[in-house]
Design a protein around this ligand. Sequence first.
Ligand code: ADP
Ligand code: ADP
Length: 227
Amino acid sequence: MIRFEHVTKRYPDGTVAVDDLSLEVPRGGITVLVGPSGCGKTTTLRMVNRMVEPTEGRITIDDDDITARPAAELRRSIGYVIQHAGLFPHRTVLANVTTVPRLLGWDRPRARTAAMEAIEKVGLTADQARRYPAQLSGGQQQRVGVARALASGPDLVLMDEPFSAVDPLVRADLQQEVRRLQRDLGITVVLVTHDIDEALTLGDSVAVMRQGGHLAQFATPADLLAE
Ligand code: ADP
Ligand code: ADP
């Protein structure tokens, strides 16, 4: 579904964050990018929705070059979840989750309905939807982040260390939730983590990156464990 062809990212200060990456992320399932801090995972993920532009190489989604569409339009069509949820603190949960549908031009009733559905899908209540992010626990805020990413019904969702800031029990819950949502909705998830256990637990395929932005391995958890 997503194909990286000899993709390199060199930041203006000369740092090579990703070096000649070629990778094919399959449709459906969860593909995990794993590796130590600074090895280029976030850069790789952000190139998919053009928050970061590659210096060299080409990225396609379903064979379409991602630069063929305006970056803002591409970004809105792809779900994106980050570590601390990144919610707007002065907007209610519902207003946070309606953000992308509204940006897509959906009218308020439609955006609201889609948002409430997404909020229910991640296991939150209508009462919680009326609250502000700070009135929810860290794990619940992460659920809101996931709901916001799902509200407009994208078939691709990018997640950058989505569970790293929550405690281990909540993390296990959220991992199961993402697995269930991926299956139920038939979406493709690309998830970044520095935690190899999380990669092996959640990944249908795992891309192991190492310092310098190199891809070391791309395999199933079973194959990685067999080595
Ligand atoms: P990871 O997600 O694996 O921690 P990143 O993609 O965030 O890795 O970073 C890869 C490398 O690129 C690191 O050396 C990091 O310091 C560097 N880097 C990331 N963003 C920038 C930037 N905007 N400008 C310069 N260097 C950056
Ligand atoms: P937009 O600026 O994109 O039109 P809105 O400000 O209308 O978005 O908010 C989107 C949804 O969130 C609306 O359905 C609105 O009713 C609801 N909403 C916004 N602010 C609040 C609030 N303070 N309390 C409860 N619901 C709110």
